[in-house]
Design a protein around this ligand. Structure first.
Ligand code: FNR
Length: 221
């Protein structure tokens, strides 16, 4: 099971970066091969249809696409900005969604958030599900929000609250096991029967993206 992990923050001292590092560690304990990326590697300009038509996807979007394509699942920690998804993350999702086949399709995704507020950023995660699910990703039902995150980590980056740390580990374990179980039908078929099942599933997941033609798809018609 290959997992791409990143925090949707460009800040060096990001709380979400600390949280996703813990989730990555928990996934490795479960046997996953985790690619822990830095969001700065996926830096993109604002989406612009003229830019896309002229030059295709920018380098940061191509890098995120490549890393997604190598993974079966994603661990994503995102800040909440004004009760919602940060613009930089939405913009990165939008750019990558223009590639075909849709790189998000069939990927299992576990969402987390860390915030200094007592809400922990959970409201933003509900908004973050929407574009990911719109792109055919399978967003895990449980989500992890870390409240008072500016006080939550010790000097070694561990969570001070052992119960919370155990809950995070337990949820990531459940996510990795489910993602591993569904990867053969959604993302990584092994047998002919699995390939056939995958085709049926992905064509259902692809329906929406067929309604959003890209310049490359438009040229074909
Ligand atoms: C925030 N922050 C924030 N926090 C929150 O819990 N709910 C919110 O609606 C917002 N809104 C918001 C908007 C903007 C523009 C900024 C810059 C910040 C605070 C945010 O949770 C805090 O800055 C986190 O530390 C950001 O995550 P990283 O960069 O530490 O990972």
């Amino acid at each position: 099971m290959k997992i791409l992990a990143f925090a949707a923050s460009h800040r060096a001292d990001s709380l979400n970066r600390k949280l996703v590092a813990l989730a990555a560690e928990a996934a490795r304990k479960e046997g996953a091969d985790v690619d822990l990326a830095d969001f700065n590697e996926f830096h993109v300009p604002h989406y612009n249809g003229d830019h896309e038509r002229g030059a295709g996807l920018p380098e940061g979007a191509l890098e995120l696409k490549r890393r997604l394509e190598r993974a079966n699942a994603v661990l994503l920690a995102s800040p909440e900005y004004n009760y919602s998804i940060p613009g930089a993350l939405k913009n990165a999702i939008d750019w990558v969604s223009r590639a075909r086949p849709m790189p998000w399709r069939g990927k299992s995704i576990y969402l987390m958030s860390a915030s200094p507020s007592p809400m922990g950023g959970i409201r933003g995660l509900w908004q973050t599900r929407i574009p990911l699910e719109g792109c055919g990703a399978l967003v895990f039902p449980d989500m992890f929000a870390l409240p008072n995150a500016d006080q939550a980590f010790d000097d070694t980056g561990q969570l001070r609250d052992r119960k919370l740390a155990e809950r995070l580990e337990q949820e990531v374990r459940g996510f990795v096991r489910l993602a591993d179980a569904i990867a053969p039908v959604c993302d990584r078929p092994r047998t002919a029967a699995e390939k056939q099942r995958r085709e049926t599933i992905v064509s259902a997941l692809e329906k929406e993206s067929q309604l959003q033609p890209t310049p490359a798809a438009a040229k074909k018609t």
